[in-house]
Design a protein around this ligand. Structure first.
Ligand code: FE2
Length: 156
């Protein structure tokens, strides 16, 4: 079904749609992983990391909405279904159960690092076909890198 007319040519749209869909999947999973750890963290640093994780959740939810709606605006239907997220995410699966505060920080360093690597590839891939989408992805990546810095600082 052809509903929303895209301002982009077909070849450009394909590359941009792939980047936005990939970002959507990673960001939805990031929000889920951060919540999972928020609920399961234990240890002396519980309070600060528990609260910090909700800041990541808030960022990831906001950013996932932004990239999904950017896809819609380009005429590409976003896919944020659980099965799509589970099969496409770049974040390693988290194990079930309690997680020690130090391991929680390590898991977030790894998860954010994985998403950032893929986001930077998407920034590179969208510059030519659609600098408007690239601009969105750049802003999101900068915010993710801020969160990444903070968890790395705690991991030192
Ligand atoms: Fe909570």
């Amino acid at each position: 079904m052809y509903v929303v007319k895209s301002p982009l040519a077909d070849a450009d749209l394909k590359a941009v749609a792939e980047a936005l869909q990939g970002a959507l999947v990673d960001l939805v999973d990031l929000s889920l992983v951060a919540k999972q750890i928020h609920w399961n963290i234990v240890g002396p640093r519980f309070r600060s990391i528990h609260l910090q994780l909700d800041e990541v959740v808030a960022s990831a939810r906001t950013h996932s909405d932004t990239v999904a709606e950017r896809a819609s605006a380009l005429g590409v239907p976003p896919d944020g279904r659980a099965a799509t997220v589970a099969s496409g995410s770049g974040i390693k699966a988290t194990s079930a159960g309690w997680i020690k505060d130090t391991d929680a920080v390590g898991a977030m360093v790894e998860a954010l690092g994985a998403v950032i690597t893929r986001m930077r590839e998407r920034v590179a891939a969208t510059g030519d076909p659609d600098p408007v989408s690239q601009d969105i992805l750049i802003g999101i990546t900068a915010d993710l890198e801020k969160h990444h810095w903070m968890f790395q600082a705690e991991h030192a």
